[in-house]
Design a protein around this ligand. Structure first.
Ligand code: FNR
Length: 185
């Protein structure tokens, strides 16, 4: 398999974020050939279409970073049964200017994470709604709703459960296949 660059976007800014810990585990479990890099989104000014005539450097940089990768991995908590605003803001910024969306055609995958039992199902599927419009083919199977996350990590933020490690490893292998089947190059 050729090397593929993948942007990892995390929907939490919290220092001890469970979601970021799961994202780090996903990076470690990815098959050789996938090069995953975190794209930070916490510093991005809120999207304002008026400002886009002369966009802030942070927006320009985000758009370039997304355009430069082969695929995108979203790892997100659930806020009020949807994605946190910080992630939606990044999605909106990189979708503009109209007709120049950085997301267009990039294969994607979603992992939702929650301390609750539903595993962020609402966020996962709300995000899929945006990805349909953005023409991001989002991997359908396997789905990944990481629930009860506090019980899956030790004090160093590492996975304690072999079954979870195995599942997330299979998820990343499936994502690598998905990128090959649905990517542009
Ligand atoms: C939450 N949380 C939450 N959890 C959930 O499973 N479904 C939900 O709809 C919500 N809604 C929600 C709204 C807001 C504003 C906050 C701050 C939190 C709880 C959330 O899952 C919990 O805080 C996680 O720890 C957030 O993920 P990180 O920051 O640990 O990655």
């Amino acid at each position: 398999m050729p090397n593929r660059d993948v942007a990892v976007l995390v929907g939490s800014l919290r220092k001890e974020s469970f979601t970021r810990k799961i994202a780090k585990a996903l990076v470690e479990l990815a098959p050789a050939g996938l090069k995953l890099d975190f794209v930070e989104i916490g510093h991005l000014p809120l999207y304002n279409q008026d400002v886009d005539a002369s966009p802030p450097e942070a927006w320009v940089s985000l758009r370039q970073q997304i355009k430069a990768v082969d695929a995108v991995l979203f790892v997100t908590p659930e806020y009020n049964r949807s994605v946190p605003g910080v992630l939606k803001n990044a999605i909106d910024i990189a979708s503009r200017p109209y007709g120049q969306s950085a997301w267009d055609g990039k294969p994607g995958a979603i992992v939702s994470v929650s301390p609750g039992v539903i595993g962020g199902f609402g966020a996962n599927h709300h995000l899929r709604q945006s990805l349909v419009f953005l023409n991001v083919p989002a991997m359908q199977q396997p789905e990944a709703y990481v629930g009860n996350v506090a019980s899956l990590l030790d004090e160093n933020g590492r996975l304690v459960n072999e079954g979870t490690r195995e599942f997330l490893g299979k998820f990343m292998a499936a994502f690598a296949d998905w990128i090959e089947k649905n990517g542009k190059r």
